[in-house]
Design a protein around this ligand. Structure first.
Ligand SMILES: Cc1cc2nc3c(=O)[nH]c(=O)nc-3n(C[C@H](O)[C@H](O)[C@H](O)COP(=O)(O)OP(=O)(O)OC[C@H]3O[C@@H](n4cnc5c(N)ncnc54)[C@H](O)[C@@H]3O)c2cc1C
Length: 474
């Protein structure tokens, strides 16, 4: 039975129109659809870069909706109160949203669903942020996967429904409810003077994401398995930025990978699908073991003598890309300027912080949370705990990446390091110089200064970490 009263489409990390089950179901109800984005605590508590990048995504989506004679309503406040207010203003009888899987979102959404249903509003949540919802993949004994490879084997041949097209039209209400504006929200306020430097490195919105995915599939799939480890190359998809805000759906990515596989994409295509399943693995872990976000996944690591002083000079040097270790510094600067960091580099800087500097992974995780425009709650926590050794299916603590030999292997000609390090070069690259435009003045950095001495001798740092590991009491 169709209902001609409005449906509120509560958007969160699903900022797209294609392959959007919650949106399609709203359109199907026949009445007007009122898309709304709520700036609640989950938005206010975002780090500087992801919050700014979210603002860009919202602006883009608002424009697309406008072009379709629809509108994106911006409201701030506690989500339940905002939805109740909108329901009474618009006479909406349904609220739709796409499910999220972290503990805070689950707690909020569960409360809201219960309360809305109680007042007779159709509150319905839909899949869309992951390929396989966490409760749909089980081990033979009925638990969840704590190890990646068997999970990959369990899902690789599953049928994933084809992505759905965007609706051609969104029925609009006769009068739109009032809206706040993105300008009022100042989503980039904490980016200070870094934002203009960071902006050209962002690929914002659904169309840009789809174009990039098409380009990547046409050009980069065959060599992906080997080239994906080389940070100087543009050899990975760059989809993380779009997946995290839902500007593209994981199903669109999965099917693009499957098509490439069918068309002879071989090892490259299969490896790319495997990477998408790492993202799934991270979400399943967050859902089943939410403690992964805040504490050691393996609790015996609680006894490890980490440095937990965020203000320690070595931590400052790591954050500022001034450790004197070129591969590490290049990567930290890449992140500051672009909001992204190559995966190989993420592993190296995380290993260096948690092992050579023996600093708690939480400090690194928080810095990434502030700097990454592709920040993803699940992938970030898993990545840090995996590298530190405290996480599921983790690299053992004693496997310590040597940044120097890693650089020889994965940046043999030094292109990546030169791209990001200006000091000591007669003709520094534009990208390396742009770092100095992005950093806050208070860091007091200059491209013409001397490149810093190593803050930690690599073998000394490695031995210190191994000794602490061997002397551990767990
Ligand atoms: C310490 C650390 C922190 C990380 N923090 C984040 C984060 O905040 N956000 C984020 O999206 N990824 C994070 N990753 C994972 C990974 O580095 C990025 O997903 C990847 O670099 C994104 O580039 P891409 O889209 O070009 O990847 P591609 O190589 O093209 O891979 C395709 C997609 O697969 C997924 N993927 C690939 N590798 C991983 C992985 N190791 N874990 C989970 N998903 C993966 C991503 O969604 C990615 O977009 C982190 C890894 C580490 C080691």
């Amino acid at each position: 039975m169709s209902d001609t009263s409005p449906t509120i489409l509560w958007l969160r990390r699903d900022l797209r129109l294609a392959d959007h089950p919650a949106l399609l179901a709203a359109v199907k109800r026949s009445g007007p659809v009122i898309p709304v984005f709520i700036r609640d605590h989950s938005v206010d508590s975002l780090g500087a870069a992801p919050k700014w990048r979210l603002g860009l995504s919202l602006a883009q989506l608002a424009k697309r909706l406008d072009d379709m004679s629809s509108q994106l309503i911006f409201r701030s406040g506690e989500a339940m109160a905002v939805l109740e207010q909108l329901i009474s203003e618009t006479g909406a009888t349904a609220v739709h949203w796409s499910r999220l899987y972290d503990p805070d979102a689950i707690a909020r959404d569960t409360l809201i669903k219960g309360a809305l249903k109680q007042r007779g509003v159709e509150a319905e949540s839909f899949a869309g942020h992951v390929l396989f919802e966490p409760w749909t993949v089980e081990t033979k004994t009925g638990g969840f996967y704590r190890v990646y490879s068997p999970m990959w084997r369990a899902v690789r041949d599953r049928t994933v429904p084809e992505p759905q097209a965007a609706p051609s039209k969104l029925p609009a209400p006769e009068t739109w409810p009032e809206t706040e504006t993105l300008d009022q929200w100042a989503m980039g306020a904490a980016m200070k003077r870094g934002a203009p430097v960071c902006l050209p490195h962002q690929r914002v919105g659904e169309e840009a994401a789809r174009d990039r995915l098409d380009w990547f599939m046409a050009n980069s799939i065959p060599p992906y398995k080997d080239d994906r480890n080389m940070p100087a190359l543009d050899a990975t998809s760059g989809m993380s930025e779009n997946l995290t805000y839902g500007e593209i759906s994981p199903r669109q990515c999965w099917h693009a990978g499957q098509r490439a596989l069918d068309e002879g994409g071989g090892r490259g295509a299969e490896h790319w699908l495997k990477e998408l399943v790492w993202r799934e693995f991270a979400y399943h872990l967050v859902y089943h073991t939410p403690e992964i976000l805040a504490g050691n996944w393996k609790s015996d690591w609680d006894a490890f003598p980490w440095n937990e002083d965020e203000d320690h000079p070595e931590v400052a040097a790591w954050k500022q890309g001034r450790t004197g270790e070129p591969f590490v510094d290049a990567a930290m600067r890449e992140m500051y300027v672009t909001g992204k960091m190559h995966n190989r580099a993420r592993m190296i800087v995380a290993s260096y912080l948690t092992k050579h500097l023996m600093t708690h992974w939480k400090i690194g995780m928080r810095w990434f949370e502030d700097c990454l425009t592709d920040w993803d709650i699940a992938a970030n926590a898993m990545g840090w705990q995996w590298t530190a050794g405290s996480g599921p299916d983790a690299a053992p603590y004693f496997r310590i990446f040597n940044p120097e030999t890693q650089a020889e292997k994965f940046d043999p000609d030094g292109v990546y390091r030169r791209r990001w390090i200006a000091e000591g070069h007669e003709n520094p690259t534009k990208t390396a110089l742009s770092y100095f435009d992005a950093v806050p003045k208070s860091w007091n950095l200059s491209a013409s200064a001397l490149y810093p001495e190593r803050i930690v001798d690599l073998s000394g740092g490695r031995n210190r970490a191994l000794q602490a590991y061997e002397a551990r009491t767990f």
